[in-house]
Design a protein around this ligand. Structure first.
Ligand SMILES: [Fe+2]
Ligand SMILES: [Fe+2]
Length: 195
């Protein structure tokens, strides 16, 4: 017998549990004041990124199921999508601009434009596309096909954006900041934004 397909409620619980696990790892099991020995300064940030990427993968599978779902389930999937994007993803991006990006810009030095300008511009695109998803979910009747197309584009952009942050920014922070300095000046401030 085939296993029962996951319901949006179960996906929602799973997604929230993944994020909670990330925060547990980041804050509780490995507290910011006591990072495991040998880890690079930005390890906690990278764990948080990985948790978000895990939820992105779950979200993609929900989007795969959306076109064939009934109207009620479609509504639940769209509601989960916007909840995840607004409560977790956009707050992550906002905290990066408030804390992480300025730290990188200070370390790299001043130029005609801050080093992180392209990534800030990508954040504006991400916000605009989340707004488009909002509009498609709120239209009457909801534009489920348009929602899925826009969401897949956003997933692609987010995966590329995360990869650029990890390969471009984190090595700078790991090279130029001690673990204590990164914890004090960046990571603890981001955790207080994300709690
Ligand atoms: Fe970002
Ligand atoms: Fe990020």
């Amino acid at each position: 017998m085939n296993p029962e397909p996951p319901t949006p409620g179960r996906w929602m619980t799973g997604g929230i549990a993944l994020l909670a696990l990330g925060f547990f790892i980041a804050i509780g099991f490995w507290p910011a004041t006591r990072p495991p020995p040998g880890e690079p300064p930005t390890a906690g940030f990278l764990r948080h990124h990985n948790e978000l990427k895990g939820v992105l993968q779950d979200w993609t599978e929900m989007l795969d199921a959306l076109p064939a779902a009934g109207p009620r389930r479609q509504g639940e999937i769209m509601e989960f999508s916007l909840g995840f994007l607004r409560q977790h993803l956009l707050s992550h991006e906002a905290s990066e601009e408030r804390v992480l990006y300025p730290a990188v810009d200070r370390l790299v030095g001043t130029g005609p434009r801050p080093f992180t300008t392209p990534l800030r511009l990508e954040h504006r695109i991400i916000e605009r596309w989340v707004h488009l998803l909002d509009e498609r979910a709120a239209s009457s009747p909801p534009d489920a096909a348009g929602f899925v197309r826009q969401a897949y584009e956003l997933v692609g952009l987010l995966r590329a954006h995360f990869e650029v942050e990890e390969t471009l920014l984190l090595p700078i922070l790991d090279r130029k900041m001690s673990r204590d300095q990164f914890r004090r000046e960046v990571w603890q401030k981001m955790l207080s934004d994300l709690e």
